[in-house]
Ligand binder design. Structure first.
Ligand code: MN
Length: 226
């Protein structure tokens, strides 16, 4: 018997009663050109790079998120999220969509001041990216139901004012390429989520903000910052 009874983080699946159990959360950095530019980097098509958040950083859409400790610059990053449904490694780009269970809308909450400090000192990003409640997500929609979105509008608004507005067609690395590349670094398994990076327009959140976002053809997300 286990010493502690720990909850399994889950995400609702649209249109069915079953829940998607979260195993790992991977994220891509710099996957939209205008966001790469706004962060002060050269837009060059090298390989995508990844970081991770703990599975229990997941927050359901509709939740209130506490403004995190140790930051004065909490940023929103709206993201297209891929949910993995099949085990595999060294996956071919041509086969990668077979490993996708479905899609969701996520927000990669970021302590930008801690990230900036980490970059300056060439230190890891965990404290900037992998904190409690840092991974809000909508319901997951099965690819069997919605297909594989590749060009819908992706947007985020704060208190009704649009801050991020782009298209999935602007992704530097598409879903197939991102999943295939990730699978050369880690064995992918059912329950894995991949946040595929954010478009331009990231910015600060303050207590009381109502954050909404969405991706055409998938879903919308809503959180409140407390
Ligand atoms: Mn991000």
């Amino acid at each position: 018997m286990n010493l502690f009874e720990l909850p399994q983080p889950t995400v609702p699946i649209a249109g069915c009663d079953e829940l998607f159990p979260v195993r790992r959360i991977y994220c891509i950095g710099r996957n939209y050109e205008k966001h790469v530019a706004e962060m002060g980097y050269d837009v060059k098509r090298s390989r995508p790079f990844y970081f991770a958040k703990p599975a229990d950083a997941i927050v359901q859409s509709g939740s209130t998120v506490d403004y995190p400790q140790r930051t004065e610059d909490l940023h929103h990053e709206i993201e297209f999220v891929v949910a993995i449904g099949k085990r595999g490694s060294d996956i071919d780009v041509a086969d990668a969509l077979d490993y996708v269970f479905g899609y969701a809308v996520g927000i990669d909450l970021t302590r930008r001041d801690l990230q900036r400090a980490a970059k300056e000192k060439a230190r890891p990003w965990e404290t900037a990216k992998g904190f409690d409640q840092s991974a809000p997500i909508s319901a997951i929609h099965r690819a069997a139901d919605i297909g594989h979105p590749a060009e819908g509008r992706i947007w985020l608004a704060v208190n009704g004012e649009i801050r991020q507005d782009a298209g999935l067609n602007e992704l530097i690395w598409n879903v197939s390429e991102s999943v295939a590349e990730l699978s050369t670094l880690f064995e992918l398994a059912p329950g894995d989520l991949l946040y595929t990076g954010t478009p331009a327009g990231v910015g600060p959140l303050v207590r009381g903000d109502e954050v909404t976002g969405g991706i055409d053809g998938i879903d919308e997300i809503r959180i409140t910052i407390r």
